[in-house]
Design a protein around this ligand. Sequence first.
Ligand code: HEC
Length: 155
Amino acid sequence: MSLFNQTRGIKSVIALALISATVGLSACSQSASPDIKAREDIMKDWGNAMGIMGDMIKAPDTFDAATFQEQAAFLADSADSPWTHFQDESAKGGAMETVWSDAEGFSSEADNFEQVTEALNQAAQGATSVEDVQPAFAEVGASCKSCHTEYRAES
Ligand code: HEC
């Protein structure tokens, strides 16, 4: 049972990565920066993970601890991975100028994200219902949103 769900979770992440790669190829005329692609790919995977967990939050009956834990662990484990791809200021992509002009603020948003995803990962371990993870999940969602408001260009 849990193995099945785990496999399904991994499959949907892989499927999304493949779709992203395909879309990326056709929409990539804008910039060839590997940094932009790398950080956008991670962000897309985060969006997918948040979607899987968010669906369970919205429909508590569907809560599956193993799948939720897998997604929460994925976020916590990859939480520090996009930031090194923001070093080249000429590679703006979908980022606002503020990423570089307010580097300290951006870095503190990134630190906060690493903390709240770690807290969600901990809450998910041993969770038996949506109630056990809902507050920590909301914190993660707020962190995505807060950083996007200040540092991600409107698309
Ligand atoms: C510390 C800041 C920060 C945090 C935290 C953050 N993002 Fe982002 N996100 C960005 C920036 C900046 C961009 C624009 C990157 C680019 O296009 O070059 C972005 C872009 C994205 C994109 C668009 C990717 C694309 O293909 O253009 C998605 C989806 C996304 N973020 C999802 C998330 C989710 C979900 C979370 C939380 C789980 C999150 N982000 C957390 C800063 C952040």
